[in-house]
Design a protein around this ligand. Structure first.
Ligand code: ATP
Ligand code: MG
Length: 559
């Protein structure tokens, strides 16, 4: 936050991009603000893209400008219709409303070709016959200037003829390229006669076989922005060194009032796989269940995991916009979803690792008790829960040999069953391995919650689910996909995977969950936030994802 403006007695902090936009509007450089989100349709979007989407969209909104949704589909090799659809679904889900139609860079191929011809006519581009390896070799490096290509001085006529022949399919892939003619001794390697068109005899997902030459990113991207009259082309830091080339392209192609590139730092999450390349590999190797596996941080995966767009927005805002690369803790993202769901969703009882509890002095009837859906938000109303002689409780709410300060159930101890009665454990059964299978207890019928006898205090409260009405459920508990202790990557560059990233528990839910819909979220009391899986859950076989546990290692004060 660099500058603070006071409007209507409110302090509004602006990020550095907004400060730049303010200057451009004040100087008259631009009269409006037009931003864009330009993904390459070669994978699903992830949390980093969400930052870029929300940033570009919010700038357009704040300045009453426009926001374009444009596919940067200039490389036919890796692109796919599936990705186009998933990207649009994610952008819409995030609520980033783009102006007008969805735009495609491939619609500008004719215009880009014209721009290339213009460069040739100005003596600013030439057809080069060097191989890829030779071009690299001639390029020099950080310490050594490059060498001119022997084809650099071809005549304009010859260049135009050859470039047209490239377009008409006369040459094989790699036989010739078109290069900008800039400066082989520039300290900025990007300016050393960069390749701007290559030959690829490949069908494109939208233009089919119309083209066999395709523009390179550094040439295509500035043109796409300029054609759409983008004012502020916001991109990530690795493109800072490409900015002079961006400016060269829009200026040499003679665009009036061309866009301006501004870079910000990418969003990284510590110990989390965000790169599209890695995610793609995990999907292809079937280590995860598709691009929306809830352990990933693609937007589709976060949505399936139960993250809300409000939580993602809060996270992106907390992370801020900066000019220096840094990495955010996953705990901050988890903090945001807890904050968002805290008052929004009902708190219900679920048993994740069940053992049975029998109340021996209770008759066989089933009683209905009324409890608040969310103690902190009375607006969510109340619901009925069932109580009876046979219940399920969590395995770790009973101990045979409890340590000091264990206030839950052990033989001889009393606890309150949440929303119900005080009970006292009397005995238990074990299996052949000594694991507890069932606990027996007696209840004090004068202590029903909400009754006059309910003031009797005991130190512990545990939750339960009545057995005959309980809904069986598969509960998926997630941990980080990579091993946090040993670090994300192995020495050979492969991902160091955590073998326990997914655990499936067979638990029980209280009967109200029979109306739960796919994608609906809940707090399971004393445990965490959970959502009904949108892909695998059915009425008969309920599947639930843990979004996040209640325990937190992050607070805003610590930030
Ligand atoms: P990845 O590096 O994960 O493969 P990418 O940069 O290749 O992603 P694009 O489709 O080219 O993905 O990116 C679309 C837009 O999203 C670009 O403007 C890019 O700068 C931005 N973007 C990509 N990753 C991040 C990130 N981690 N944080 C912020 N913005 C990002
Ligand atoms: Mg990219």
């Amino acid at each position: 936050m660099e500058n603070e403006n006071i409007t209507n007695n409110e302090v509004v902090s602006k990020n550095f991009i907004e400060n730049e936009i303010d200057k451009d509007l004040a100087s008259g450089k631009y009269k409006e603000v037009i931003t864009r989100f330009p993904p390459e349709p070669n994978g699903y979007l992830h949390i980093g893209h969400a930052k870029s989407i929300l940033l570009n969209y919010s700038l357009a909104t704040k300045y009453n400008g426009s926001f374009h949704m444009r596919f940067d589909d200039t490389n036919p090799v890796k692109e796919d219709e599936e990705y186009v659809n998933s990207i649009l679904e994610d952008v819409n889900w995030l609520g980033a409303k783009y102006d007008g139609e969805v735009l495609y860079a491939s619609d500008y191929f004719d215009k880009m070709f014209e721009c290339a011809c213009l460069l040739i006519k100005k003596g600013k581009a030439f057809v080069c016959d060097l191989s890829q390896d030779q071009i690299r070799e001639y390029k020099g490096d950080f310490n050594n200037p490059g060498k001119n290509s022997p084809y650099r001085d071809r005549s304009i006529e010859e260049n135009l003829k050859l470039f047209n022949e490239m377009k008409e399919g006369k040459y094989k892939d790699g036989e010739k390229v078109l290069r900008a003619k800039i400066d082989m001794s520039s300290p900025n390697i990007n300016m050393r006669d960069p390749v701007i068109y290559t030959i690829k005899h490949i069908s494109h997902h939208r233009t089919g076989d119309k083209w066999c030459i395709y523009p390179m990113y550094d040439f295509a991207h500035p043109l796409e922005d300029a054609i759409e009259h983008i004012t502020h082309s916001i991109c990530t830091l690795e493109f800072e060194d490409h900015r002079p080339l961006y400016e060269w392209v829009v200026n040499e192609c003679e665009f009036k009032n061309p866009p301006r590139q501004i870079e910000f730092a990418k969003l990284y999450l510590t110990n989390v796989v965000t790169g599209k390349r890695y995610i793609k590999k995990l999907v292809e190797d079937k280590i995860v269940d598709g691009w929306d596996d809830p352990r990933l941080v693609t937007i589709a995966a976060l949505r399936r995991r139960g993250y809300t767009k409000e939580a993602i927005k809060m996270f992106v805002e907390l992370a801020g916009v900066s000019k220096a690369n840094s990495s955010c803790d996953l705990a901050m993202l988890e903090y945001c979803i807890r904050e968002d769901l805290k008052l929004k969703v009902p708190r219900i009882m679920a048993i994740i690792d069940p053992i049975e509890l029998e109340i021996e002095n209770y008759d066989g009837s089933i009683e209905e008790l009324e409890i608040d859906n969310n103690m902190e938000n009375k607006e969510l109303g109340k619901r009925k829960i069932k109580f009876g002689k046979n219940l399920y409780i969590e395995r770790d709410d009973f101990m045979i040999d409890p340590p000091k300060k264990y206030f839950r159930l052990f033989v001889g101890n009393e606890v309150r069953l949440m929303g119900a009665y005080i009970i006292k454990a009397t005995r238990y059964d074990t299996d052949a391995n000594g694991n507890v299978t069932k606990v027996y207890a007696t209840y004090d019928k004068e202590t029903k919650s909400g009754s006059s006898g309910s003031d009797r205090k005991v130190k512990g409260t545990i939750h339960f689910v009545e057995k005959s009405s309980a809904i069986p459920v598969a509960i998926r508990l997630y941990e980080n996909l990579v091993d946090e202790e040993k670090g994300k990557l192995n020495e050979d560059g492969t991902l160091n995977l955590n073998p326990n990233s997914l655990t499936i528990k067979n638990g029980f839910l209280e009967s109200c969950m029979n109306t739960a819909k796919n994608g609906q979220s809940f707090q399971f009391v004393r445990s965490g936030y959970f959502t009904v899986d949108t892909k695998d859950s059915t009425d008969k076989n309920l599947v639930i994802n843990r979004i996040v546990s209640l325990k937190s290692s992050f607070s805003l004060d610590k930030k």
